[in-house]
Design a protein around this ligand. Structure first.
Ligand code: PXP
Length: 398
């Protein structure tokens, strides 16, 4: 873990959202090119920081933040170490709280500013050396905070719900209920940020009537999942969903089995992306979390990738699950850094979603089966709200 946060202040008085601060610290480290280094951030009270301030700086009274670099330039010989420690940032939550009130900002935003300030000190910036350096440091701090506010780290992961499974139940009887169009409305009312449907070539669940009505009634965002085949492409171009997700489609499969081999069919997929782009429809490519697929997706002009989470969800041992999680985390990081927007999905349930939602590189999760299954017992509204609570908690925005 690159940033270790320790809270040693009155947690009843100051309810700190550790994961939010952790996520913002990780983002700040990434922006400053020290993502793989280590930083310790300690939150204390005024009494403790006063002692440190007096002991190490000979100054009386509390201050807001102190930074202690692990090594100075003379210690550059330590660079051979596999993990580079940057040092410690110590923040008085009591002082930060008073400052947040006088500046009319939230405590967490004030703490984020102080972490930024402390981190820049660890990176060698010093506003006490000269006026010019003070100005540069202030400008960098302001720019980082502005970027952070519009970055993914400051936003909640979205939950989009796949209602194909409602249509699957309908098709089992060959009648007109349950209706995926009604299900989509309930999902939206419960807080879903988008609706996903897969119009398959064989129309085994979602059909043409569904996508037509959904296009008219979805209030959030319609994501049409589809194979890159001629007939469905024509339908998508006429329908104009908010986005399409291209998936591999096989007639015999029960559900989408693996990711698209983008690297192996760049020409064909680039052509589909180009057609969609001309119609103003952003394209996502459903891929396995692999470097060559991410790279190929970028090369052929995809706006998003959706990382296949199936192997992570289906893992039969903790070791394997961790391995698969790391593949998703690093593919998401790579895609995000390349400028791709990153979604994820497949097989996520009430146990496996939290870790994926906590990745700040991931914008949206597409979840179907687990939610519709739970809805059979607790109702769709509640099943959506429960999943939403998991996603919100994991992405730390309350
Ligand atoms: N993403 C894609 C590309 C899919 O094909 C599916 C399944 O339709 C999902 C997400 C949702 O998977 P699940 O139903 O297992 O949640």
């Amino acid at each position: 873990m690159p940033a270790t946060l320790t809270i040693k202040c009155d947690t009843n008085k100051f309810r700190l959202n550790r994961r939010l601060l952790q996520r913002r610290t990780a983002w700040l480290m990434r922006q400053n090119g020290v993502a793989t280094h280590e930083v310790s951030v300690l939150f204390v009270d005024d009494q403790e920081i006063s002692w440190l301030n007096n002991h190490y700086r000979g100054k009386k009274g509390p201050t807001n933040v102190l930074s202690f670099p692990f090594a100075d330039e003379a210690d550059s010989c330590l660079s051979f170490l596999p993990v580079q420690e940057l040092g410690d940032i110590i923040i008085s939550v009591e002082t930060a709280h008073k400052e947040s009130l006088s500046l009319h900002v939230s405590l967490h935003d004030r703490l984020t500013w102080l972490i930024t300030h402390g981190l820049l000190h660890l990176l060698g910036y010093d506003h006490e050396r000269s006026e010019k350096e003070a100005e540069d440091m202030w400008a960098l701090e302001t720019s980082l905070i502005n970027q952070l506010q519009s970055s993914r780290s400051n936003k909640m992961t979205h939950l989009a719900i796949n209602v194909d499974h409602v249509a699957t139940v309908r098709q089992a009887r060959g009648i007109n209920e349950p209706d995926p169009v009604a299900a989509a409305a309930i999902c939206e009312l419960a807080g879903a940020a988008g609706i996903v449907v897969h119009l398959r070539e064989d129309r085994r669940h979602i059909n043409d009537r569904d996508v037509r009505l959904l296009r008219e009634t979805i209030k959030t965002k319609m994501n049409l999942e589809m194979g890159a085949n001629k007939e469905i492409i024509e339908i998508a171009l006429a329908l104009k969903p908010d986005m399409v997700t291209l998936v591999p489609e096989k007639r015999q499969e029960l559900t989408t089995e693996g990711g698209l081999d983008v690297a192996g069919q760049k020409k064909k997929l680039a052509k589909t992306i180009s057609k969609m782009s001309k119609a103003g429809i952003p394209v996502s490519l459903f891929i396995d979390p692999e470097h060559k697929q991410v790279e190929a997706a970028l090369e052929i002009g995809a706006t998003y990738v959706e990382l296949h989470t199936g192997r992570y969800c289906d893992a039969t041992s903790e070791e394997k699950r961790e391995e698969e999680y790391q593949l998703i985390a690093s593919a998401a990081e790579e895609a995000y850094q390349m400028g791709l927007r990153v979604n994820a999905g497949h097989g996520l349930d009430y146990q496996t979603t939290s870790r994926i939602a906590s990745l700040d590189t991931i914008e949206e999760l597409s979840i179907g089966h687990a939610i519709i299954s739970r809805a059979v017992f607790v109702g769709l509204d509640q099943a959506v709200r429960e999943m939403l609570a998991i996603v919100r908690h994991a992405s730390m925005i309350f």
